[in-house]
Design a binder for this molecule. Structure first.
Ligand code: ZN
Length: 98
């Protein structure tokens, strides 16, 4: 099975993301839409992002820009921590004291 072309998939995702955002824009602009992440209302003209599920197969809905980006930053930091985490110390054989 040939691998799926990641670039094409990514382009398709971006186009759909833009279309979905455009569709939601007038709805969010009317007010009364709750942030998918914190549950607080998004009050226009507050900036918002279209949040996506962790596996990027769908959208969670409009989110405060701060909520959306804060979560991304948290994930990135967690990843960085995990990569740094267990530092394996080189095993050194104890000197033999004869
Ligand atoms: Zn929020």
């Amino acid at each position: 099975m040939p691998r799926t072309n990641g670039t094409t998939t990514q382009r398709g995702y971006d186009a759909k993301h833009k279309a979905e955002r455009k569709r939601l824009e007038p709805i969010v602009a009317r007010g009364g839409i709750a942030c998918a992440r914190c549950g607080e209302p998004i009050v226009p003209p507050e900036p918002w992002d279209l949040g996506h599920t962790d596996d990027r197969t769908g959208w969670t809905g409009p989110e405060h820009r701060d909520c959306n980006r804060a979560d991304g930053a948290r994930k990135r930091n967690a990843g960085a921590r995990a990569r740094r985490a267990p530092v394996e110390r080189p095993f050194t054989r104890p000197e033999r004291a004869w």
